[in-house]
Design a protein around this ligand. Structure first.
Ligand code: GLA
Length: 411
């Protein structure tokens, strides 16, 4: 009897003790609040593809700080495809390529962190990445712990070699795995918009790609021989201008890494940057910082435009109207202000003569309104950084082909 009592007491204590000790009650789903404004940074893919190494990372981090990019808000350095060895180790762990990263990934990450910056890596939901390196399928929890231990801050998670799996589930699994690994890591879905991530992505990730890959041109479609296309920046904007209501703080429509400073003209780079700001897209530079021209740096660090992108309302802009081939894009900003971008989509110079009174703006998705017959707004030209009258008078300007004029209207 005594023995039975002791056994019962002991097991009771065990059960009680177990129940009390079980405080690991982490909610599943993404780490919330890591991207309340669109993430800003640099990614290796657009310029370097898989030709990446530790020297490139360190030099890029150095320039991010010394050039003023970091002060302008760019803080993530993300290594895209190609950072791994071709095989996992005998325990199934990923191996950073020892030739590209002879000091080890940890020391590279520590270096980036020592500069006050954050660090990101890339992998893929499929069996292999797009460039043929080990994918994460079946290794989600193991890889998440690997990333947490390395100390990364951002994971871009791609969608190649995924036959037979469902996007929503695959991204959910990785999102939960990251959460359970216990380190806040921004989760960047790179599913190309094939399975409408904007409809299910908010609890899963902090940003999601909405299109196939960008191409450094204004409005072209680049057809790859393997039967897929990359897109000029205006093609992406046009393709996804109607899903704006799905984007917002901590759940951004990602219009892809930028091609500013890559193969377009300075005018086109300016338009590209202005549109990424208007669309509240993540601002991830994709150029070679070591060869960056002053005009590229000036575009990427334009404080006025960045403020439009980082506005705390976090609303993606929309195409409001078009006059003689000049598109007018608008974006509600906090404190009743608006950003307005005139974009010359044509191949010839145009004259703008925009009558505000005939063009009161209504944002039916988010419920904002600018009634130019009732209210007068002060106008600031954000590229020229100077006042440009008020909405009492027509706005007049010359605009060359492919160029933009971006204004801020202040009530
Ligand atoms: C896909 C992605 C790109 C890049 C490459 C890497 O194409 O969309 O952004 O990550 O894979 O292989």
């Amino acid at each position: 009897m005594k023995k039975l009592l002791i056994t019962l007491l002991l097991s009771g204590t065990t059960i009680l003790g177990f129940a009390q000790g079980n405080t690991h009650k982490q909610e599943l789903g993404k780490y919330k609040g890591l991207a309340m404004t669109p993430p800003m940074g640099w990614n290796s893919w657009n310029t370097f593809a898989t030709n990446i190494d530790e020297k490139l990372v360190k030099e890029t981090a150095d320039i991010m700080v010394s050039s003023g990019m970091a002060a302008a808000g760019y803080n993530y350095i993300v290594l895209d495809d190609g950072w791994m060895a071709k095989e996992r180790d005998e325990n199934g762990n990923l191996i950073p390529d020892p030739v590209k990263f002879p000091s080890g990934m940890k020391s590279v990450i520590d270096y980036v962190h020592s500069k006050g910056l954050k660090f990101g890596l890339y992998n893929c939901a499929g069996t292999q990445t797009c460039a043929g390196y080990p994918g994460t399928r079946g290794y989600e929890y193991q890889d998440a712990r690997f990333y947490a231990k390395l100390g990364i801050d951002f994971l871009k998670y791609d969608w190649c070699n995924t036959a037979g799996i469902t996007a929503k589930e695959a991204y959910n699994t990785m999102s939960n795995a990251l959460k359970m690994a216990g380190r806040p890591i921004v989760f960047s879905l790179c599913e190309w918009g094939d399975n409408q991530p904007w409809e299910w992505g908010e609890p899963v990730g902090n940003l999601w790609r909405i299109s196939g890959d960008i191409y450094p041109c204004f409005d072209c479609e680049f057809k790859h021989p393997e039967n897929w296309s990359s897109w000029g920046f205006m093609k992406i904007v046009e393709m996804r201008k109607d899903i704006r209501k799905y984007s917002g703080p901590d759940h951004w429509n990602d219009f892809d890494m930028m091609e500013v400073g890559n193969e377009m003209t300075t005018i086109e780079d300016r338009s590209h940057f202005a549109m990424w700001c208007m669309m509240a897209s993540p601002l991830i530079a994709g150029n070679d910082f070591r060869k960056m021209k002053p005009e590229t740096l000036a575009i990427l660090t334009n404080k006025n435009l960045i403020a439009v992108n980082q506005d705390k309302l976090g609303i993606q802009g929309f195409k409001f109207t078009i006059e003689d081939g000049v598109e007018v894009w608008v974006k509600p900003l906090s404190d009743g202000a608006w950003a307005v971008t005139f974009l010359n989509r044509t191949e010839v110079a145009k004259k703008i003569n925009f009558d505000w009174k005939k063009n009161s703006i209504k944002d039916t998705d988010f419920g904002y309104e600018a009634d130019f017959n009732k209210n007068i707004f002060k106008i600031i030209d954000l590229w020229k950084n100077k006042e440009a009258g008020t909405t009492k008078k027509n706005f007049t300007a010359d605009i060359v082909a492919h160029d933009v004029i971006t204004l801020k209207l202040i009530p």
